[in-house]
Design a protein around this ligand. Structure first.
Ligand code: ADP
Ligand code: MG
Ligand code: MG
Length: 887
């Protein structure tokens, strides 16, 4: 297509479909052209053509080539030049561009149309032989690598040797004569490696380049990238044929890349770099040292001012931060690309909040612009400030470079992508991948690394872009480092780091330390933009976020992260504390009710004070306390160990204490169940041995009463676990409610409270209408509910067949991580509906692991739950997910 309207009409008008057809790069080039920005004449071969080509065993679909030549004529007219015409040759680039940007993943060839004849024409026209030969040698090099599949080294090595021979340090030191010689050397490289000559026919060059871009869709690095990003394989890439503009025509020409805002910090200021007298790929490859974009205000002021205006126009137009490529040819600015820029988590949050405050986007859009992964990243560990200072004092600061992708990483150094992948993925080591610079075929190693370090390149180099995208901490351009790939070591001065040595790098400051540095968890309260965003999320969400917390300190953290209640407090954890466990064991082994009650009386004050701490921490918010759940043997000494002790004593003939041990062993054996997780636990245990839960309920209500007397607002909710039939509730709940009432009247206080149950046995979900007669709230225990609905033992399944099931596509995802909507979810939906039919005000939540998983949270929203409850650390993520579910 030459025109946007044509393409848009062809796919029915939606922007998404246009992007699908023309690829992101093509669609945005058209869009920039449409709004009047300077884009060189171009046309786009569609993704449809690519897919047809690949599907038919690499044949152009019928009519495509003719259409491509037609389109070429149109850009000839627009540019006033002719492809292959020695007197006024048109040169073009052939650029890949898929629907979703895959930076550096696909191949591009520049300067197509040059050959021995058109070179002469260009020289006459430009009077600049140096520039023309520079362009020519670049064409042969890129064509050789991308289209003919020669390794980069085939050209790089002779070029280095040549530069050395000519005494040239930088590429720009080479003269026109030198470059002419170099293009001859490159032609020879092609001939020697391929057995044929570099194609002189421009049309042949165009055809081969188009095919190469098509084929690059199925190249290894493109496939790796798609896997990592979850991009479907069937989209195909478009091919953009763009009139060449030249940044290498002299010192009034240049090329650069820039973001409308800072992609690392989010600061509202154009951020980028440029190079004078260079062609596009020089900047991205990080081969020459670039200048910051601000400097262009001095060197090329007019182009700079125009570019700043364009940045504003583009940001307003797309309503998002843009990542742009431009070239200046003899002072004239040309736009070559724009797209929504990749950014760090920190920048994503700041930009979303700023843009909403600037009125550019709505709060809802701001909330949608940040991913739950990014929020998660903001709460990840960073280096402890004291550890950092100490390390500096000790002289362990190895080097500093550009802070390319934030986050702290500690790991062992490996110097190539394959080893990094092997050590990281297969051997499970913490890997820091170190390279002079990275290329697209290093991506697999970068993905397996905890951190990336390069000695060359800037903030928009390949390493930096990829690292930011995947949230891998990264430092680039640490130029003090000398990397010796042969000896497999790197050096700064005399300090040597060998392969396998530990280093710590900070992608937010650009610092690299020797050895391991301590990490700390960042403080949410100091992250103003994130707090603002999460407050907006709370305004938008219908679903509340509560937390699972067993101790007051967890409750306080949960509250500071924005939890609006405790959805699960597991009381049994309190039984395990060293001073309490012997009492618990005494209680369990008691032979009479009196003995048991005596032990329980001793436990009561402990529990009461635990609960008081929780109520205080959650002042004003509901706190759900689950009555004892696990089988009792979990509180007893290990059977096998005890048995061994008894045997040893017998063998050694020791008698002191033997009788007690034997008795204990006998009791533990008597408690043995062949399937304890389906045995005497939960409400069954409460009915079998009601004294324990009676004590717990008394402790809960005494604590609540004491807190109320101190002016704390309490909302206790008592949760009965593992209910399977309403009859269980009918048996136990009234006894417990009696105690609750009794305590309130003893203490002379009144406060709201609820009794409810977990829904974690399929039968409970199916008979939820009945259960809701007694239960005032439901909380889905989706770990057990998933386990029992599938009939998979959770502790074992994840170790063996589940992974295979996911690989084989029998299960789409691990159902213990992401809620199974069709099965388990259907039970949940039914339980909510039937429960609310019986009791319209029924409060429904979830307290299983799924409560912190964004996909599962969306489902909880859809079935009308009141809240999700998750671990305190997941609360911010869940708040965002709850809002996104509501938009
Ligand atoms: P990538 O997706 O790897 O960035 P591009 O197709 O954008 O690949 O091109 C690679 C480099 O070549 C970029 O710096 C781009 O700006 C430059 N470039 C592409 N087409 C042209 C052109 N017609 N004139 C000048 N430079 C170009
Ligand atoms: Mg590009
Ligand atoms: Mg359970």
């Amino acid at each position: 297509f030459n025109e946007l309207d044509q393409a848009s009409a062809y796919v029915g008008g939606s922007w998404d479909a246009v992007r699908g057809l023309l690829g992101g790069k093509g669609a945005n080039l058209f869009e920039m052209y449409r709004i009047g920005l300077p884009v060189p004449p171009f046309f786009t071969v569609t993704t449809e053509a690519c897919n047809a080509y690949l599907a038919s065993g690499e044949k152009f679909p019928e009519g495509m080539w003719e259409q491509e030549l037609d389109a070429l004529h149109k850009i000839e007219e627009a540019s006033g030049k002719k492809f292959g015409d020695p007197s006024n040759p048109l040169l073009v680039s052939c650029r890949s561009g898929a629907k979703f940007s895959m930076p550096g993943m696909m191949d591009t060839v520049l300067n197509i149309g040059l050959n021995d004849e058109t070179v002469q024409g260009m020289i006459k026209l430009t009077n600049n032989p140096r520039f023309v030969y520079d362009s020519y040698r670049r064409l042969i090099m890129m064509f050789g690598a991308v289209v003919l599949g020669l390794p980069d080294e085939a050209f790089e090595e002779p070029m280095e040797a040549f530069k050395h021979q000519k005494g040239a340090k930088a590429d720009t030191d080479l003269t026109a004569e030198d470059l002419k010689e170099l293009s001859e050397i490159f032609k020879k490289v092609v001939r020697e490696n391929k057995g044929f000559d570099f194609p002189q026919d421009p049309i042949e060059q165009l055809r081969l380049a188009t095919e190469a871009v098509f084929k690059s869709w199925n190249g290894k690095r493109a496939i790796d990238y798609r896997r990592a990003e979850g991009i479907p394989d069937n989209l195909g890439t478009a091919v953009n044929i763009v009139t060449m503009v030249f940044g290498n025509m002299g010192w009034d020409s240049g090329t650069g890349v820039a973001f409308t805002r800072n992609p690392s910090t989010g600061e509202r200021k154009v951020f980028g770099e440029y190079l004078l007298n260079a062609q596009g790929e020089d900047v991205v490859a990080g081969i020459r040292n670039t200048d910051p974009i601000e400097k262009m205000a001095e060197t090329l002021p007019e182009a700079y001012n125009e570019f700043m205006k364009i940045c504003e126009i583009l940001e307003k137009h797309y309503r998002d931060m843009q990542d742009m490529e431009f070239t200046i040819e003899r002072g004239k600015l040309w736009m070559l690309q724009t797209r929504n820029g990749k950014r760090t988590a920190k920048a994503a949050i700041k930009i979303a909040v700023d843009m909403a405050n600037e009125g550019l986007i709505s709060k809802e859009e701001a909330v949608m612009r940040v991913s739950t992964k990014q929020v998660d990243a903001m709460l990840h560990p960073q280096f402890d400030e004291n550890a950092r200072k100490a390390a500096k004092k000790e002289g362990r600061l190895f080097a500093t470079g550009v802070n390319a992708s934030p986050g702290a990483a500690v790991g062992q150094v490996f110097f190539d992508a394959d080893t990094a992948e092997k050590k990281g993925k297969e051997e499970g080591l913490q890997v820091i991948m170190v390279r002079p610079f990275t290329k697209p075929d290093d991506v697999h190693g970068m993905l397996a690394a905890k951190g990336i370090l390069t000695s060359e390149g800037g903030a928009t180099s390949h390493a930096a872009v990829v690292a930011r995208q995947f949230g891998v901490p990264c430092v680039v351009g640490a130029s003090a480092i000398r990397i010796d790939l042969e000896k497999r070591q790197m050096k700064v001065g005399d300090v040597v780091v060998k392969e396998g040595d530990w280093i710590s790098l900070d992608g937010a400051t650009g610092e690299v330390f020797l050895g391991k540095l301590d990490l700390t968890v960042p403080n949410l309260e100091e992250q103003q933009d994130l707090l603002t965003l999460l407050n907006w999320a709370d305004e938008i969400a219908r679903l509340q976020v509560w937390a699972n917390a067993d101790y007051p300190k967890d409750a306080r953290r949960a509250r500071s992260y924005g939890a609006k209640g405790i959805g699960l407090c597991r009381t049994e954890h309190m039984f395990f504390e060293p001073e309490r466990l012997p009492i618990v064991q005494r209680m369990i082994l008691a032979e009479t009710i009196e003995e048991r009650k005596k032990a329980l009386d001793e436990l009561l004050p402990f529990q009461r004070s635990d609960f008081e701490g929780l109520f205080e921490a959650m002042d004003g918010y509901p706190v759900i306390i689950r009555l004892i759940d696990p089988p009792l043997h979990e509180f007893m000494p290990d059977e096998e160990k005890l048995f061994e002790e008894v045997i040893t004593m017998r063998v050694k003939g020791e008698t002191k204490g033997l009788a007690e041990k034997e008795k204990l062993l006998a009791s533990i054996r008597a408690m043995h169940e062949s399937n304890p997780m389906m045995g005497l636990r939960g409400v069954r245990l409460s009915i079998y041995m009601p004294e324990i839960v009676e004590m717990q309920v008394r402790a809960i209500f005494e604590a609540a009463a004491n807190c109320t007397l101190r002016g704390v607002k309490v909302k206790p909710e008592v949760m009965i676990p593992l209910t399977g039939t309403v009859k269980e509730l009918e048996w136990i709940q009234p006894r417990l409610e009696r105690i609750a009432k009794q305590v309130m009247s003893e203490k002379g206080v009144n406060f709201p409270y609820k009794f409810g149950t977990m829904i974690e046995i399929p039968r409970a979900a199916v008979t939820a209408g009945e259960i809701a007669r007694l239960a005032e709230f439901f909380s889905f225990g989706t770990n057990d509910l998933t386990q029992m609905t599938f009939g998979y033992s959770r502790d074992d399944a994840e170790r063996n067949f589940l992974i295979k099931y996911v690989e084989e596509g029998i299960l789409e995802k691990n159902p213990f991580q992401t809620l199974d909507r069709e099965g388990v979810g259907r039970l949940m939906r039914m339980a909510v509906e039937e429960g609310r039919r019986t009791r319209p005000e029924l409060e429904v939540g979830i307290c299983g692991e799924h409560g912190g998983d964004p996909d599962s949270i969306e489902f909880c929203h859809l079935i009308g739950q009141n809240y999700v409850s998750c671990s305190p650390f997941r609360v911010p993520v869940a708040r965002l997910a709850a809002a996104q579910a509501a938009i």
